[in-house]
Ligand binder design. Structure first.
Ligand code: SF4
Length: 74
């Protein structure tokens, strides 16, 4: 389930990569990313609407593997 205003999509192969997952957890100031016990990435859905559209997650992951989607018109 996406947030009301924001959805974040992460490519499967990136979500499974513990190193990239750790990086994403570190860069996001509003805790949208967390790591599961096996190191894989989890998107914290209840925090999605806190996203400040800083794009740090997009820069931290391989090109095109993280998408931040605005669900509203600005
Ligand atoms: S754009 Fe910024 S605030 Fe939004 S999910 Fe990515 S790192 Fe977090």
């Amino acid at each position: 389930m996406p947030g009301l205003f924001i959805d974040v999509k992460v490519a499967d192969e990136v979500a499974k990569n513990a190193e990239t997952a750790k990086k994403l957890v570190e860069v996001c100031a509003v805790d949208i990313f967390a790591q599961n016990d096996d190191g894989s990435l989890r998107v914290v859905e209840e925090n999605l609407d806190e996203c400040v559209l800083c794009d740090l997650c997009i820069d931290a992951a391989p090109r095109g593997s993280v998408e931040v989607i605005k669900l509203y018109e600005s």
